[in-house]
Design a protein. Sequence first.
Length: 437
Amino acid sequence: MPVDPTGAGAGAPPDPMALLRSRAYLALLAMAALIGVPVSAAAFGFLVLVGEAQPVLYTDLPRSLGFDGTPAWWPLPLLAVGGLLVGLTVRYLPGHGGHEPTAGFHPTGAPPPVELPGIFLAALATLCCAAVLGPEAPLLALGSGLAAGAVRLVGRDPPEQMSAVLGAAGSFAAVSSLLGSPLLGAFLLMEASGLGGVMMTTVLVPGLLAADVGALVFVGLGSWTGLGTYSLVLPDVPAAVRPTVAEFSWALVIGVSAALVAAGIRWLAVRLRARVERRRVPATVVIGLVVAGLAIGYAEGTGKPATDVLYSGQTALDPFLRHSATYSVGALALLVLCKGLAYCASLSAFRGGPIFPAMFVGAAGGILCSHLPGLSLVAGFAMGIGAMSAAMLRLPLVSVLLATLLIGAQGITVMPLVIVAVVVSYVITARLTPLPA
């Protein structure tokens, strides 16, 4: 998207080097840095609210009602209430609760201010009441909406392209630390929006600056409050071994399997969404009960916590990897099945992002495969994440970075395997996706 920070009309294509040297562009960078502070603070506050509300609703509330612990049936009322709140928000508030998750990860322009309350409420009900979606899509919408609104407050009639660039910078700031690195957030938005061409640097630099400011705000607030930074990076990853020929063969298997599983999830979610839209409020409640039933069935069948199936999986990846040896093959297979179906159901009715559930399903599938000969634990974990992310998001570069940056120094060792799994998954997904009419 060509960006002219001066707001000049569209005649000849603008010269990116001339824009970079202009005073207007320096002013744009300053505004991007300033916007990064309040937007990232708001994003941090949103994640704190979700992080604090989840254990209150799932653990503290049943105990305060007199139960010894969380009853096995507790997800049923929790997700029924969540479905009711999301259904009412989508049905009656402007903006329909924001991003439609069955459409995949496709960031759009900044939502108008009137839509922000609906996006906030739908995301809060989805995430706090344990539906299987993540916070990244609502954060992007809220970040871009807040940034674009701030620009309109500063200037009465700001150039449309300036508002678009600063709205994108707000999105960068909002997800700056959530994915573990400001750079990864920048790649996510760049690849998802199809940003490219000679103007890429001109548009990307304000976003990177806002993302870096946002990362500093996340670190500062996390240290000051003692709540942490809500970063995805896993602190304790077992040592990875050098890739073998057998593991490259496994990369092909995992890539194909992830593409087929993702195609099934997407196909069923789209068809469920068509039924949900006919009767939005009661259907969303029913979908919430379905997700709860899957979590209860998994917990009763394996003896593992229902939270393995509930929620996005964002904070569960680290303990899941550390305690993966305690999961039998049967428990892992049931986890992939129940989490995948719960993810599919949540996509059809709730509001949130598709990234983290895809990563968790892929991680569980990769760990399941590591029980078979020729595949190590860390390699299977990383390849599963990369392949499933590529199949659900259709963003191959981001998928490689997600899987490798997530596990820190061990990511360099397994990166060749992840690349093969991601490429295979991406190509198969492209072949399975029908061409638009």
